[in-house]
Design a protein around this ligand. Structure first.
Ligand code: CA
Ligand code: CA
Ligand code: CA
Length: 298
């Protein structure tokens, strides 16, 4: 693809020639004026947890979105195509305000398709080095990955040519068509190789429900004791709910060790439902034989 700088120029020229295409011109964004660049060594808002500040779309629009499997936190940026054959999410100000001479910088992000139409489309990171005057020195692309329904890591490396230059990062999808969109999260740019992201917290394991009955064969009119033996391997049991009379309705007791007295001979299905400290439930049942009183000796 053409360099980003050249593409911007083309878009600007196109917009000037064809004022009937306001969307293109409206979304094209240049970097902030040189004298307002804040020096920083890392991406200011890499993870979109609070919003999309510091980022601008070119040929597209961006929005914060919460998704189930964000690589970092709960939110990502959704980048939606508006125009052209490629569209991007760009740092508004150069992430690296002043480069070290001939230093290597590492970019990384995580991307996935946000629409069916974007599946299989190529996305890559580009790193753009500019002189303090704004002139582009080089624009280096990382390897492209094909968007899929799961987040993939994309990376890029650049060896800067001069000290005191600006270094920018952007993520670009090529082969764009109307309706395309991708999710992106955790965009980093640093002078050291980026460590792996910490693994997401393990999902909650369901508890295992169990209980004891004493005596194991009940007698009408004699109290029966129940004892909870439930376990939660990654937490604790915080709630107990019993169906002691076997009518199929819970709510007979919330005690981990209730007692109950039966009034008639029957096979009673006793059930216990437990809840762990993260809200997962488990239920178990067992059949209790309740016998009538022994016949008096003749
Ligand atoms: Ca995030
Ligand atoms: Ca658990
Ligand atoms: Ca009941």
């Amino acid at each position: 693809m053409a360099s980003h700088r050249r593409a911007l120029t083309q878009v600007a020229a196109l917009a000037a020639l064809a004022a009937t295409v306001p969307a293109v011109g409206a979304v094209a964004q240049e970097a902030a004026p040189d004298d307002q660049v804040e020096l920083s060594s890392r991406v200011a808002n890499p993870s979109f947890e609070q919003g999309t500040s510091g980022w601008a779309a070119w040929n597209g629009r961006i929005a914060r979105e919460e998704v189930q499997d964000a690589p970092d936190g709960v939110a990502v940026a959704r980048v939606s195509h508006l125009a052209g054959r490629s569209y991007t999410i760009d740092d508004v100000r150069p992430t690296i305000g002043s480069t070290a001479k001939a230093g290597t910088y590492y970019g990384r992000a995580f991307v996935r398709a946000a629409t069916d139409g974007a599946v299989g489309k190529p996305v890559r990171i580009r790193l753009r080095e500019r002189l303090p005057s704004g002139r582009v020195v080089q624009n280096v692309a990382g390897p492209a990955v094909s968007l899929s329904g799961a987040f993939s890591e994309i990376t890029a490396q650049i060896r800067t040519r001069g000290a005191g230059n600006r270094l920018e990062i952007y993520v670009v999808q090529a082969g764009a068509e109307p309706g395309d969109a991708f999710h992106v999260d955790r965009i980093d740019l640093d002078s050291q190789a980026l460590p792996p992201l910490p693994p997401p917290p393990p999902s909650n394991q369901r508890p295992e429900a169990g209980f004891t009955v004493s005596p194991e064969i009940a007698l009408v009119g004699q109290p029966v004791s129940f004892g909870d033996t439930s376990v939660d391997h990654d937490g604790s049991i915080v709630a107990w709910d019993w169906d002691l009379d076997g009518d199929g309705a819970f709510g007979d007791s919330a005690d981990p060790a209730p007692t109950f007295t039966y009034t008639a001979e029957a096979d009673v299905v006793v059930s216990l439902r437990v809840t762990d400290d993260r809200g997962a439930e488990a239920t178990t049942s067992r059949t209790l034989r309740v016998l009538g009183p022994p016949l008096p000796e003749a």
